[in-house]
Write a protein of this length. Structure first.
Length: 205
């Protein structure tokens, strides 16, 4: 495969091939991107699940995706690095499942009619969300407001260091991945977790 051909890996086609692999494990494939990284290709896979994803979950997906790529020869002759990560709190809330998984989080969201709101997600379903808006005065309880998804733009989770009932934060359960992490496969197939960057290095050059 020529360098020019390697640079044109089809992310949409790769997603179509890999989505069933990830779904079979019980996770959602949120994003697939392929780009040049020096003389190699960098294939980045972002996955999520209803209960969040742990480091072990990331490793499981990484192994399955790597095996599928090798079996289907999806990358052709291109040398590549595979990175599997969780979305992290910076991922915008654009789909109902994103909002549902962010219940309890403080979010900033633009309104399609103009302006923006900051509130805590009390509930979410296929039609919209209920936000707890700040009280009219400091110390006063917040008030709930129901909003349909057509009224909302791309929500953004706000980072809280002492969020009540948090899991996966600095004060919560360390096993749950709340920020972006990755699982690495080395050439011997061993899983490595470093919490920042991960690659599976294909043996082809």
């Amino acid at each position: 495969m020529s360098p020019a051909a390697r640079a044109k890996l089809d992310g949409a086609k790769l997603r179509e091939q890999l989505e069933p692999v990830v779904s079979e494990l019980g996770y959602d494939l949120e994003e697939v991107t392929a780009q040049r990284a020096g003389s190699r290709q960098l294939l980045r896979i972002v996955v999520d699940g209803d209960g969040g994803v742990t480091l072990d979950d990331i490793a499981e997906v990484s192994q399955a995706v790597s095996a599928a790529l090798d079996e289907n020869d999806a990358m052709g002759e291109a040398a590549y690095d595979l990175e599997v990560t969780s979305p992290g709190v910076s991922r915008p809330l654009t789909l109902p499942r994103h909002w549902l998984r962010a219940v309890g989080r403080l979010v900033l969201v633009p309104l399609t009619a103009g302006g923006e709101l900051t509130g805590r997600i009390l509930a979410a379903d296929e039609e919209g969300v209920t936000l707890e808006l700040p009280g009219k005065k400091p110390g006063m309880p917040g008030e709930p407001r129901r909003l349909g998804y057509p009224e909302l733009g791309r929500g953004k989770v706000q980072v809280e260091f002492n969020r009540p009932g948090a899991k996966g934060d600095a004060d919560g359960d360390d096993d749950l991945v709340d920020d972006e992490v990755a699982a690495e496969h080395d050439e011997g197939g061993e899983d490595v977790h470093d919490g920042v960057v991960a690659t599976h290095e294909d043996e082809q050059s």
